[in-house]
Design a protein around this ligand. Sequence first.
Ligand SMILES: N[C@@H](CCC(=O)N[C@@H](CS)C(=O)NCC(=O)O)C(=O)O
Length: 241
Amino acid sequence: MATPTTSFMKEVLPPVLDSTSQPPTLFDGTTRLYISYKSPFAQRTWITRNCKGLQEKIKLVPIDLQNRPAWYKEKVYPPNKVPSLDHNNEVKGESLDLIKYIDAHFEGPALLPDDPAKRQFAEELFSYIDSLNKIMFTALSSKEDVGDEVGAALDKVEDALSKFDDGPFFLGQFSLVDIAYAPFMERYQILFSDVKNYDITKGRPKLALWFEELNKIDAYVQTRRDPQELLAHTKKRLGIA
Ligand SMILES: N[C@@H](CCC(=O)N[C@@H](CS)C(=O)NCC(=O)O)C(=O)O
């Protein structure tokens, strides 16, 4: 597919709902994506919705995770996490499942290529991200300097970006794989620079180019938070503030 660089007007984002907020009219047939503006898992689904041009079809419902409305757990999504998607009056969760679901069940450009080799590599990369996250967050929470494990994990990302040469993204062209990685890689770039004085792109030209190209994609840029806000929020969550 063509890289979705098409600009649309900056969306006016709906206000965050907290424990004092009334629920929307639940299960009225409206497709709703429950997110938190700060959640990297939720951001994956939000980018996917934007990439497919579904701003009108999928309504964002941002909730305050620090002060959640009780109705969210009781009436919408008992696991009480974000993201979740209410589509056809059925609520589903798990961000990686949801980005595939949104891609497959809604109109808009296909975000996974048909090529079986690329599809297989996509699955490998979807599986790898949990290990990457573990290594990266463990390193950030530790007092030690950045060690070999982080370097090796990032080198693996650099290698993955070298596999297909028909574009700067994981599968060549922009896809769900980039969407799965973007919210986390964005946080690693900011956090490692601030906390460890470590530039994750140094000596990794493919990764540097990946960030450069990603930051041209409006559907993603619209979901980015202020880096200082993200830094403060994530450091607090990791207990390193
Ligand atoms: N595996 C889930 C993880 C979702 C998740 O942990 N979301 C966080 C926000 S980043 C959350 O809702 N945390 C609240 C909680 O765990 O109570 C996914 O991929 O969607």
